[in-house]
Design a binder for this molecule. Structure first.
Ligand code: PLZ
Length: 433
């Protein structure tokens, strides 16, 4: 409708620069008016194909009819109860749904909180109380949040941590599995991780290992086969709580309720957030009843955790996944998108790797070489591609420790036609580049 950004977006942007903290910077200078399915409409009437879903939040689509109806009904009935004071059924129902859909056939319990970082915090808290141990292990290239503890758990200092310390102590960063770069088998990569933890921490001191089954901000690394299983086995033998951070990879995103299922993993605790409530803030720690119940009554809580409107929306999300066969839709998206991206990779050698599962797919960009491409990160290509896509109506997110990954997190409501439309824009951008 207008040049991007349009005049109305520009006017809001001008006001924003005076009153919004610089730290809360935005990736794109358009202001969204409304959205539905996989389409965002800005205040100037421009439409964008949204391949990011607000970093994997509107997994079942923007303003899904079921979520809108459930949340709207709930707003008129009860907006706040504070579950730990005067409880309500929605919280219990979400805990039942999480117990049913997280991996593992054993008694499970849940605590609901507001956001992903708070779920990570609570997972660690519970693991420490259960084990009586203090140390926490994470993997290289991880992202776990922006609170003090979770900043210490992130791999990347800039922009997440730099200057914001001192950080929580006793956090140990172990090497991960990154098949495109390390070339290690799952067993070899796991032996390296375990050797590191045994040497530098000692299993006896470790309360938990927190791992993203497919790393999100780090660049959608799918670990080598058997890697996570070997880590879980080691954790079980050593009494270390294995926590799967499924905040980005969970809730049907990869074609299973939780990405752990692709690997046959049964984590002790599973962390959910992002897609769980269709855009409303909600997060959860779900896991083995005996571990969850280690936290004493009154030891877990928070004013807004498990808000009634968010829990009503979450129940509608679980219904939508079942009714719309969204696990199947994630596989459809994987087929369409991966086929197209592999075609682009064959044409443009700066696409070093195409990887991911379901609607969590990425391309890693590398520098051209004289004969073959190198594996050196090419962040410039990623910024140029993302900029061109944006100016041509496609919201594309970047990722990766070196900023050289384009990640696709479309809603499961995105049609093949929209995917192909967006790929056309990407192909055009790559040809120009
Ligand atoms: N764990 C695996 O992906 C959030 C970060 C957005 P919150 N990822 C998006 C940003 O710029 O801060 C995330 C994640 C994984 C934890 C978190 C943290 O979740 O809901 O953002 O706190």
């Amino acid at each position: 409708m207008t040049a991007i950004p349009g005049p109305k977006s520009q006017a809001i942007h001008e006001r924003r620069t005076k009153v919004v903290a610089a730290g809360a910077a935005s990736g794109f200078p358009i202001y969204v008016d409304h959205a539905h399915g996989a389409i965002l409409v800005d205040v100037d009437g421009n439409q964008f194909i949204d391949l990011g879903s607000g970093i994997g939040v509107t997994t079942i689509g923007h303003t899904d009819d079921g979520v809108v109806a459930a949340a709207s009904r709930q707003v008129g009935e009860l907006t706040h109860g504070l579950f730990t004071i005067t409880p309500y059924e929605g919280y219990v129902r979400v805990a039942e749904l999480l117990a049913a859909h997280t991996p593992g056939d054993f008694a499970k319990k849940t605590v609901l909180v507001n956001a992903g970082a708070e779920a990570v915090e609570n997972g660690v808290k519970i693991a420490r109380k259960y084990t009586g141990r203090k140390a926490v292990a994470v993997l290289d290239h991880a992202f776990h949040g922006r609170t003090n503890l979770t900043m210490a758990m992130n791999y990347k200092a800039m922009p997440y941590g730099l200057g914001f310390g001192p950080f929580a102590s006793d956090i140990h960063h172990a090497p991960n599995s990154y098949p495109y770069h390390d070339g290690l088998s799952g067993a070899e990569a796991a032996a390296r991780t375990i050797a590191f933890l045994e040497k530098t921490v000692g299993a006896e001191d470790l309360a938990c290992l927190v791992a993203e089954p497919i790393q999100g901000e780090g660049g959608f690394m799918v670990p080598a086969e058997g890697y996570l299983n070997a880590l879980q086995k080691w954790c079980t033998e050593k009494g270390v709580v294995f926590i799967a951070d499924e905040i980005q990879s969970g809730m049907a995103r990869t074609g299973k309720y939780f990405a752990s299922e692709h690997f046959g993993l049964v984590p002790d605790l599973v962390l959910s957030a992002k897609g769980i409530a269709g855009g409303l803030p909600l997060a959860a720690v779900t896991g083995r009843a005996e571990i969850m119940d280690a936290a004493h009554p009154g030891g877990l809580g928070g004013t807004f955790g498990g808000n009634p409107v968010s829990t009503a929306a979450a129940i509608a999300v679980f219904e939508a996944i079942e009714k719309g066969n969204l696990l199947g839709e994630a596989k459809r998206i994987e087929n369409t998108l991966k086929t197209e991206l592999l075609r682009l990779q064959a044409k443009f050698p700066i696409i070093g790797d195409v990887r991911g599962l379901g609607a969590m797919i990425a391309m890693e960009f590398v520098m051209p070489g004289t004969e073959n491409s190198t594996k050196e990160p090419n962040a410039a290509a990623v910024s140029a591609l993302s900029k061109h896509a944006f100016e041509n109506g496609v919201i594309l997110l970047t990722a990766g420790t070196y900023g050289n990954v384009i990640r696709f997190l479309p809603s499961l409501a995105v049609s093949d036609a929209l995917i192909l439309d967006a790929v056309g824009v990407i192909e055009d951008a790559l040809a120009r580049l």
